[in-house]
Ligand binder design. Structure first.
Ligand code: VGL
Ligand code: ZN
Length: 207
C-alpha cells in the first residue's frame, strides 16, 4: 500500500500546547502520538509541521483588547478565530510532544510566523495567497501522495489536506491518527469540505 517513491507522511502540529495540559489542548490529543509513531516506522519519508507564532500574534485573543478566546473577528483576509496564546516561538508549548518520534523527519516546516497572518494550512497561510513553499518542495522531491495525521483534524489538518488536494496531490486523512477541537460544528464542516475536495479518509490499520 505504501510506495516509498511517491508517499510521504505529513505530521501536523503534534506539539505540547495542543496536548493535555497545553494552552490550546485538543481533547484526547495525546492519543495520536502512539499511532503516529507506528506509522513513522512504515513510511520512509516523514515531514513535520510546527505551529510557530511570535508573541502578540494576531490570532491571539490577548492581542485584542476586550476579546476572549474562541471569539471570531474580521481581519484583512476575512474571519479569524481568536485563540488562547499558544505555540509561541521557542516556548515549551511550541515544542513537539516529548514522545513523538521526530528523528526520521526530513523536513520541519514552521508556519504562522507572520504576526499579521495566521496559517492553519501547511501550504497557504490564512489569506489563501501567501505560500509556505511546501508544494514546491514536495513536487521537487516527486512526492505525489500525502498521508495526513496530527492535530487538529478540523483546523490545521483539514486546511492542509484541502490545500494539498487543490495543489494536485492525492491526499489521505488517517482518521485515527488525528483528533479535533470540534468547536461550533467545525469537525462536521471540515469532513464535509474534505469529502467535497476529494480527501480520502482511511484508518491506520489499512497501512
Ligand atoms: C491550530 C488553531 C490555532 C491547529 C493551530 O494546529 O489545528 N489550531 N493554531
Ligand atoms: Zn496557531
Amino acid at each position: 500500500m505504501i510506495d516509498h517513491s511517491t508517499d510521504c507522511l505529513l505530521v501536523i502540529d503534534v506539539q505540547n500546547d495542543f496536548c493535555v495540559g497545553g494552552a490550546l489542548a485538543v481533547p484526547d490529543g495525546d492519543a495520536v502520538v502512539g499511532v503516529i509513531n507506528q506509522l513513522h516506522g512504515k513510511f520512509q519519508h516523514r515531514l513535520l509541521t510546527q505551529d510557530w507564532h511570535p508573541a502578540e500574534h494576531q490570532s491571539f485573543a490577548s492581542s485584542h483588547k476586550g476579546k476572549s478566546p474562541m471569539e471570531v473577528i474580521e481581519v484583512d483576509y476575512g474571519s479569524q478565530v481568536l485563540w488562547p496564546d499558544h505555540c509561541v516561538q521557542g516556548s515549551a508549548g511550541a515544542a513537539f510532544h516529548p514522545q513523538l518520534n521526530t528523528i526520521g523527519a526530513e523536513l520541519v516546516l514552521r508556519k504562522g510566523f507572520r504576526a499579521a497572518i495566521d496559517s492553519y494550512s501547511a501550504f497557504f497561510e490564512n489569506d489563501k495567497t501567501t505560500a509556505t513553499g511546501l508544494s514546491g518542495y514536495l513536487r521537487t522531491r516527486n512526492f505525489s501522495r500525502l498521508f495526513m495525521v496530527g492535530l487538529a483534524t478540523d483546523f490545521c489538518v483539514a486546511y492542509s489536506a484541502i490545500d494539498a488536494c487543490s495543489e494536485g496531490f492525492t491526499v489521505f486523512l488517517v482518521e485515527d491518527a488525528c483528533r479535533a477541537i470540534d468547536f461550533n460544528g467545525s469537525l462536521q464542516q471540515a469532513f464535509d469540505e474534505m469529502d467535497a475536495t476529494g480527501v480520502q479518509r482511511i484508518e491506520s490499520a489499512s497501512l
